[in-house]
Design a protein around this ligand. Structure first.
Ligand code: PLP
Length: 280
């Protein structure tokens, strides 16, 4: 049990209207920032998807973000995934959405066979995954963004094959080289991506990085640009299983504009949506 989980009931579904309104306003502002950054970079409107980074937030807060238009969520800890997934799945189903890969409650008659597929909200894991927690997250998440070693990829692959499922993965690359950050050495990223692409039970969807923890914008941008060039090399080499390696998950509250300028397809935003975190 993570310490802050004793202080906050992460499965709580109630939210007061003022807090929900605050989150909705924040979501609009983040979407405006994304749209402005897309335009400034000459990129197509809607080419960047917003992932809400939901660590330490409860089900009610996450649903407020979804009700305001967020269409992808990411959790850091398997324990949080497990605590929130059932409530999220049920409340999403009430809105005609699916979330993550959990079996959905029986559809009500509002879903006619002629209707389009329900909106699917991808559920990502964006934080460190210990091998003994793989079995906890596989039944819930669509994509694991934080795969930075061959060993972890092999373990996830084995579990996914045993369950008869395919899970999306992003290769996490430590572009800044900061010791505090996980992810593979950028020099090994292409080879690692090619090996992951060849593994059963995994669908290599792209690359992920966390921006350098520095003030210098040129340094931050250079890391994002290097991740983009790495993705382009993987695609150009065309190894089996790497054709879908298109996503660039990069950019957070403080550096999303720089990431969008360098080609981000997913930005992971927590603080700008939910406010400062009370824990961690
Ligand atoms: C918390 C977190 C984010 C979001 O960070 P903010 O600065 O709150 O926007 C993005 N990515 C990862 C991996 C995170 O842990």
């Amino acid at each position: 049990m993570v310490a802050y989980m004793e202080h906050k009931d992460l499965a709580n579904e109630t939210i007061d209207p003022e807090r929900a309104g605050q989150i909705a306003g924040n979501v609009r502002r983040v979407m405006d920032r994304i749209a402005a950054a897309e335009a400034a970079a000459g990129r197509e409107a809607g080419s960047v998807r917003l992932l809400a980074a939901t660590k330490t937030r409860d089900v009610g807060e996450i649903m407020a973000a979804l009700d305001a238009g967020v269409r992808m969520i990411g959790e850091n800890r398997p324990q949080e995934v497990v605590a929130k997934a059932p409530g999220l799945a049920r409340l999403a189903a009430e809105r005609g959405w699916t979330i993550g890969t959990q079996a959905q409650p029986t559809q009500t008659q509002t879903t006619q066979p002629t209707q389009a597929q329900p909106t699917h909200i991808p559920f990502h894991l964006i934080g460190q995954l210990q091998s003994n927690k793989i079995g906890k997250v596989l039944p819930v998440v669509d994509t694991i963004e934080s795969v930075g070693t061959l060993e972890l990829a092999e373990r996830i692959s084995r579990r996914a094959v045993a369950r008869g499922v395919t899970v999306g993965v992003l290769l996490e690359v430590n572009e800044s080289g900061e010791a505090s950050k996980s992810g593979c050495d950028p020099a090994h990223a292409v080879e690692l991506a090619q090996r992951i692409g060849a593994m059963g039970g995994l669908e290599l969807q792209g690359l992920m990085t966390i921006g350098a923890h520095v003030d210098d914008e040129a340094t931050i941008r250079a890391c994002f640009a290097h991740l983009r060039r790495t993705r382009d090399r993987i695609l150009a080499e065309g190894a089996p299983g790497t054709g879908g390696c298109v996503e660039l998950s990069m950019g957070m509250t403080h550096d999303m504009e720089l990431a969008i300028a360098e080609g981000a397809t997913i930005v992971r935003v927590g603080t700008a949506i939910f406010g400062p975190r009370a824990f961690i």
